[in-house]
Design a protein around this ligand. Structure first.
Ligand code: BGC
Length: 510
């Protein structure tokens, strides 16, 4: 019957048969092996999503503030970051929650326009510095390791007005001034740094196909230019850390990469090649340069060829100089992955070279079978086994000797379900069980896990219609009251016992 159905149509084949092919991987079994004693458990957040205080104490407008104020229709019913969770005024409340949850680390971002309102070093906002100094000191006083992201999408609007990430002669020096300032002021206390959050989203969403502020659209071009400048800024910042700060501060620096996991849709070698290509065009776009010093060969070749077919005089993918390659190579002290979902990847014949497009450059069809478990968000299905395959792939392609930190993982719903043990709690449990298998069965060096997120927040252009928090936030009260959901209780149990179930066995000696 299945065979008969499968030959009916290609579409049916993709959606029905492929789902069946993977169904045995969807296990509810949960590992009972303890996580390593030194596993770094934490929460992750971003300034725009939680802080509020958008113009408090000398902060200038970020690109997101600009959108909220000039395109209010892009945000549902005024649900923007002007006040957000008011974390700017609630450091003590939030530290108490983190402490209660038992986490060892808190990943948060610094709002560039809060410390440098002009974007440049000429005007340091000491009150902004003070806010982060206070947050960092209190985290440390409570034995919570700060993990700081320098840019989580909210650069100063004034930088954007001069071209933002497309303007290499501005963004690179401006970012280096900013990074240097953060190391000067906070580097004695902060040992974990990441320069940029999700450059794929910053650049793809911000400058190519839209969806992330500044939402400028230049398909097939803008994303590559932005990424090129961002990667060069990252590498130069890493070099500054090495030359000026590392000996004294002895911290670690990386950048936060994200991707869905792309699994071959079948055993057909063409689908296997398509999935590898898709993973390289996504994770490899950034991992390859920082590990090996250049973009993946498949990206360089395909984009050059398609640019040629488009009668362009040079590739839409810029190239690095030899000096830049040398700076990029090895510019990380740990690998990172923001993981949420998985898609199947199927070979697609190349589109005729028409208008430039990042998607056409890759030339892979991706989809999620209908029978995979849905969340509130169209691209987001619950696929725990993808987490294991993803970290194995990262190890196999980029090595894990410096460790792989899961810098984000969490579950989308409308944020209001307080009894979320069977949804969000189960999501973390099953993803973590797969990560636990990757550690013990596949020998992958995963060093920690940051759940997204401690509390509901402003999910960018979705306001608080979509949320991932373990604590509910009452966005309609001045207090922005935080109330634990069931998932908070489960995660607390996990991080305080290192164990996903009631009782765990000690890990094998590694
Ligand atoms: C971003 C977060 C966001 C999360 C959940 C990630 O892409 O880094 O800022 O809230 O996804 O959708």
């Amino acid at each position: 019957m299945l065979v008969a159905t499968c030959v009916l149509s290609i579409i049916f084949l993709l959606e029905s048969c492929s789902g069946d092919r993977f169904s045995h991987l969807f296990s509810e079994d949960v590992s009972n092996i303890s996580f390593p004693d030194d596993f770094l458990w934490g929460y992750a957040s971003a300034a725009y999503q939680v802080e509020g205080g958008w113009d408090a104490d000398g902060k200038s407008e970020s690109v997101w503030d600009y959108d909220a104020h000039n395109h209010p229709d892009w945000f549902p019913e005024g649900q923007n970051g002007d006040v957000a969770c008011d974390a700017y005024h609630k450091t003590d409340v939030d530290i108490a929650l983190l402490k209660y949850q038992g986490v060892k680390a808190y990943r948060f971002s610094i709002a560039w326009p809060r410390v440098l309102p002009t974007g440049r070093i000429d005007d340091i906002n000491e009150k902004g510095i003070q806010y982060y100094q206070d947050l960092i000191s209190k985290l440390k006083a409570n034995n919570i390791e700060p993990i700081v992201t320098m840019h989580h999408w909210d650069h100063p609007r004034v930088i954007e007005e001069q071209g933002g990430f497309l303007n290499e002669s501005l963004i690179i020096p401006a970012f280096l001034e900013y990074a240097t300032l953060l190391w000067e002021r906070f580097g004695d206390d902060v040992k974990w740094w990441t320069t940029f959050n999700e450059p794929k989203q910053t650049c793809g969403g911000g400058y190519d196909y839209g969806s992330v502020s500044p939402n400028r659209q230049d398909p097939g071009r803008g994303g590559y230019i932005c990424a090129h400048n961002l990667l060069r800024a990252h590498a130069k910042a890493y070099k500054i850390y090495n030359e000026q700060f590392r000996a004294k501060q002895n911290g670690k620096v990386s950048l936060v990469m994200d991707t869905s996991w792309y699994e071959p849709a079948s055993d057909d070698p063409k689908d296997i090649e398509a999935a590898q290509r898709k993973n390289l065009f996504n994770y490899g776009w950034f991992a390859h340069p920082v590990v090996y010093g250049d973009y993946p060969e498949v990206m360089r070749e395909r984009i050059a060829e398609r640019s040629r077919l488009q009668n362009l005089s040079e590739s839409r993918l810029p190239s690095f100089t030899e000096e830049e390659k040398a700076e990029l190579k090895g510019s990380y002290d740990f690998l990172t992955i923001n993981m949420y979902s998985t898609e199947l990847a199927k070979w697609r014949d190349d589109e005729p070279a028409g208008e430039p497009s990042i998607y056409d450059d890759t030339s892979v069809t991706t989809y999620q079978p209908d029978d995979w478990e849905k969340t509130i968000t169209s691209w987001f299905k619950v696929v725990p086994w993808g987490a294991r395959r993803e970290v194995v792939w990262i190890r196999d392609n980029y090595g894990d000797d410096k460790g792989i930190l899961v810098t984000e993982n969490g579950y989308h719903d409308d944020g209001n379900n307080m009894t979320d043990l069977g949804t969000r709690g189960r999501y973390h449990k099953l993803y973590l069980s797969n990560i636990n298998d990757a550690i013990y069965k596949d020998g992958v060096n995963v060093i920690g896990y940051m759940a997204w997120s401690l509390m509901n927040d402003v999910e960018w252009y979705s306001g608080w219609q979509i949320n991932l928090g373990h604590y509910h936030v009452d966005f309609y009260s001045d207090e922005r009251t935080r109330t634990p959901k069931e998932s908070a209780g489960y995660y607390r149990k996990v991080v305080t016992t290192n164990c996903l179930v009631d009782d765990c066995e000690a890990p094998p000696k590694r």
